[in-house]
Ligand binder design. Structure first.
Ligand SMILES: *Cc1c(COP(=O)(O)O)cnc(C)c1O
Length: 235
């Protein structure tokens, strides 16, 4: 695996998809998903200019990124995997954004831990848009209620920044597209209800479907395999 070459190729593909869909250069950020890959590979990506990184699991994120963030103050770490409430206190100090907010209780815990260390943190609401994925809010009214509470200053350390989804694992491009366009619809609806917030971030698209996601309005693609290669889950 040549991480630098992979990053160059993907950045070029992203740029091509942006042009193809009539969007502006720079509209789409690349989040390098480094789960199950060692620190040396992350550092290789950093040396190739990569800034945004995503991890799924809190313990792994802390072990790898605590030293990396000390050395590299421009790096931005996003948590993208399901988050248990008892792990929030460990991830909050090192993450810039938690993309996998899927319940109100989690927001409460994030607020509590952020208040303790006097830090503000960005969050995305993860939405269930495809039958086969399990995670995320299924009831949009709950997202509305959460945003309403934030707008009433119930969670002063939380900065809502947009939405995240995973498309269904299928070859059917129509279903994938529908999942992404439904997230965009949700964003537009919520943004018009809550113009006090910037809810513009749409985190959608992975190694297999990021071009479709960009055509459907993605502002951040989360790519692991196409940068770092296959993951070895047995380690
Ligand atoms: C692992 C993961 C990715 C990256 O998947 P690839 O197919 O390896 O690009 C993206 N988003 C989430 C939420 C993930 O868990």
């Amino acid at each position: 695996m040549n991480i630098k070459e992979n990053l160059e190729r993907i950045n070029q593909n992203i740029s091509d998809s942006i042009k193809k869909s009539g969007r502006k250069e720079g509209d789409v950020k690349l989040l390098a998903v480094s789960k199950f890959h060692p620190s040396e590979e992350i550092i290789e990506a950093i040396n190739a200019g990569q800034i945004f990184f995503g991890e799924n699991r809190v313990q792994e994120a802390c072990e790898k990124f605590t030293p990396i963030l000390k050395e590299n103050n421009n790096i931005s770490l996003h948590l993208i995997g399901q988050l248990q409430s008892n792990k929030v206190k460990n991830i909050v100090p090192i993450a810039e954004c938690i993309q996998s907010v899927d319940r109100l209780d989690l927001l409460k815990e994030i607020e509590k831990q952020c208040e303790k260390i006097n830090k503000s943190i960005k969050v995305l609401f993860e939405i269930h848009t495809g039958e086969e994925s399990k995670s995320g809010f299924t009831d949009i009214n709950e997202v509305y209620s959460a945003l309403e509470l934030i707008s009433k200053n119930e969670f002063p350390h939380i900065i809502p920044n947009g939405f995240m989804t995973m498309a269904p694992f299928t070859e059917d491009e129509k279903l994938i597209r529908k999942s992404f366009s439904s997230l965009r619809d949700i964003k537009e609806k919520m943004q018009s209800e809550f113009n006090c917030f910037n809810l513009s971030e749409l985190s959608m698209g992975m190694s297999g479907d990021y071009k479709i996601a960009i055509e459907e309005g993605s502002t951040m693609v989360r790519i692991g395999t196409a940068i770092f290669g296959e993951r070895n889950y047995s380690k």
